[in-house]
Ligand binder design. Structure first.
Ligand SMILES: Cc1cc2nc3c(=O)[nH]c(=O)nc-3n(C[C@H](O)[C@H](O)[C@H](O)COP(=O)(O)O)c2cc1C
Length: 168
C-alpha cells in the first residue's frame, strides 16, 4: 500500500468487533510510532496501550460512546510536560509532537487492516485519574484499535489543493 493509498483509505472507525488485535500487528504499529520524529528529537511521549477490560471501561468513562466500548484496545498518547522543545518566545511544540506519533500509529494501523479514531474530546481529568497519570503526563489524543465492525463510513470531504496551498 503506498502512503497515499494508506492516507486516503484511513477513516474514523466508529464500530468495532470485540476481536483481539494480532500481536505482530500491534508490534508493527508501535514500531512505526516509535520512529516518529519530534522537535530536537526529544521524544516527549508515552503511549498507554489499554487492554485490561476494567481499565478500558474506566477510560471509556472519559468519553462515553457505545461504539468505543467494543474496541479490544485503546491507545492513549500522552505528552511529557517539561521534556519537549519550546521555540524561543515560548511556543510549545508538545501537542505537535504528540500529533505526529499518533498519526504514525493510526496510519500504520490502517495499513495492517485495523480501525482507529482520533479522539480529543474526552474529559481530561477523568482520563488522567482512570490511568493514574503522573502530573507531568498530559493526555492529548486517544484512539481505539481494533477490527472494524462494518464497512460503512463517510466519504472523505476535503478542501482542494487550490484551496489549501498558496503557490508564491
Ligand atoms: C485532533 C483530532 C481530534 C478528533 N477528535 C475526535 C473526537 O473527539 N471524537 C470523534 O468521534 N472524532 C474525532 N476526530 C475525528 C474527526 O472528526 C475526523 O478525523 C474528521 O471528521 C475526518 O474524517 P475521517 O477521519 O474519517 O477522514 C478527531 C480528529 C482529529 C484529527
Amino acid at each position: 500500500m503506498s502512503f497515499c493509498e494508506t492516507a486516503k483509505g484511513r477513516y474514523s472507525c466508529r464500530g468495532y468487533k470485540n476481536t483481539e488485535v494480532r500481536h505482530d500487528d500491534l508490534e508493527y504499529i508501535l514500531e512505526c510510532a516509535r520512529i516518529a520524529p519530534s522537535a530536537c528529537n526529544l521524544q516527549p511521549w508515552k503511549i498507554y496501550v489499554v487492554r485490561d477490560e476494567k481499565l478500558r471501561g474506566a477510560v471509556c468513562g472519559a468519553y462515553p460512546r457505545d461504539w468505543l466500548k467494543d474496541a479490544p484496545m485503546i491507545a492513549v498518547f500522552c505528552g511529557l510536560r517539561g521534556e519537549n522543545w519550546m521555540r524561543a518566545g515560548g511556543t510549545d511544540y508538545l501537542m505537535c509532537d504528540i500529533a505526529i506519533i499518533a498519526d504514525h500509529f493510526i496510519n500504520a494501523a490502517h495499513e495492517r487492516g485495523l480501525g482507529t479514531c482520533w479522539i480529543a474530546a474526552f474529559d481530561e481529568s477523568r482520563l488522567a485519574s482512570a490511568l493514574n497519570l503522573p502530573e507531568n503526563e498530559k493526555p492529548y489524543i486517544m484512539t481505539p484499535l481494533g477490527y472494524a465492525a462494518g464497512t460503512a463510513h463517510e466519504i472523505k470531504k476535503r478542501k482542494s489543493i487550490g484551496d489549501i496551498c498558496c503557490f508564491i
